[in-house]
Design a protein around this ligand. Structure first.
Ligand code: TYM
Length: 331
């Protein structure tokens, strides 16, 4: 039986990239009796980027509400906050002691921060970089390995972390015996890295996101801001090379994609193409948006679901940690 697991960092407002990369595949999996599922709010991960307590709480609520509004089956799947499962933190230390520093030196997020420092002429290439950022892939490995996940739906930006989780698990197993399961990433080929308003990867850190839940009017306004080239209506356009089509494809059926490809060949204007994109995305989000607004107005309901999820999760994380404590010799 497959075990699916994924998390979202609670450092901002959930956006279309989170939806196609993580939320949609996990909602689908949560309805499949053949797949058990663990879905969580990576709130300790959020401390790396976001040290504003009020914003952290707000983000946690928005991301929980998004997941529930989009139909996560919490009867079947386990839905929880990372910080409610202290066993993850304990396991992270065991893994830290099994992780070569050199492995983490190669992590993209860390390397990018060092590169920024170098580009800005900083005297110390590690300027402003915390141990949280550096250790992030180890904590993420503990998230995954503690529940013996086999499949981890993520966007392409996270696949290096999955490889690291496998490396770390292998090293642990090699040394202490077979306790950990090697997970694999599940990446949607069409939506692996959804682009944002400016054409770069849609990301909270770039401020180029389209939030999942805003009013239809605001959603339309966001979509109208997507950067396009200066081709006029009537000129044939290349569907492969623009954000409007890319997002369209991430939400449309194969048939709709075919029709839209033809429209691009026939020279659809950018205004029209964006209007069609808006209608498509709005159609998908319209019902969930109502549920989202209700949930946001009722935080106690979300907390109750998460408390239940934490209980279910700890029924498994506690015996797993006990096994690991014995394996490493502290118990
Ligand atoms: P985070 O919070 O940055 O993103 C959450 C999920 O959304 C995906 N994603 C995207 N997918 C496609 N296109 C995009 N533009 C896009 N932007 C974001 C991400 O790939 C991710 O799947 N470290 C993780 C959270 C995490 C986690 C885990 C994930 C912590 N522990 C264990 C899986 C398993 C993160 O920061 O994702």
């Amino acid at each position: 039986k497959q075990t699916w697991l994924t998390g979202i960092t609670t450092s901002g407002t959930p956006h279309l990239g989170n939806y196609v990369g993580a939320i949609r595949p996990s909602v689908d999996a949560s309805h499949d009796p053949e797949r058990s599922g663990f879905y969580f709010l990576a709130d300790y991960h959020a401390l790396i980027k976001n040290q504003d307590p009020a914003m952290l709480r707000q983000s946690r609520q928005e991301i929980s509400a998004a997941w529930l509004a989009l139909g996560l089956n919490t009867e079947r799947a386990t839905f929880y906050r990372q910080s409610d499962i202290p066993e993850i933190m304990e396991m992270a230390w065991m893994l830290t002691c099994m992780t070569a520093k050199g492995l983490l030196n190669r992590a993209h997020a860390y390397k990018a921060s060092v590169q920024d420092n170098v580009d800005n002429g900083a005297a110390d290439p590690d300027k402003g970089i915390t141990m949280g950022l550096f250790n992030y892939p180890v904590l993420m490995s503990a998230d995954i390995l503690i529940f013996k996940a086999t499949h981890v739906p993520v966007g392409r930006d996270q696949t290096q972390h999955l490889e690291m989780a496998r490396d770390i698990a292998q090293r642990f197993n090699h040394h202490y015996g077979d306790h950990l399961v090697l997970p694999q990433a599940v990446v949607d080929e069409h939506a692996s890295v959804l682009a944002g308003l400016d054409g770069r990867k849609m990301s909270k850190s770039y401020g180029n996101t389209i939030p999942l839940f805003e009013t239809a009017k605001k959603l339309r306004k966001s979509i109208m801001k997507i950067k396009t080239n200066s081709q006029e209506p009537g000129e044939p356009k290349d569907p492969e090379d623009n954000t409007v089509f890319e997002i369209y494809r991430a939400f449309a059926t194969d048939e709709q994609v075919q029709v839209m490809r033809q429209a691009y060949a026939d020279g659809i204007g950018w205004g029209d193409a964006k209007q069609q994109l808006f209608e498509l995305v709005d159609g998908v989000l319209d019902e969930p948006r109502k549920r989202y607004d209700e949930l946001m107005a009722n935080p106690a309901q979300i907390d109750a679901v998460l408390a239940l999820g934490a209980e279910k999760a700890r029924d498994l994380s506690q015996p797993m940690l006990a096994e690991l404590r014995r394996a490493v010799g502290v118990a």
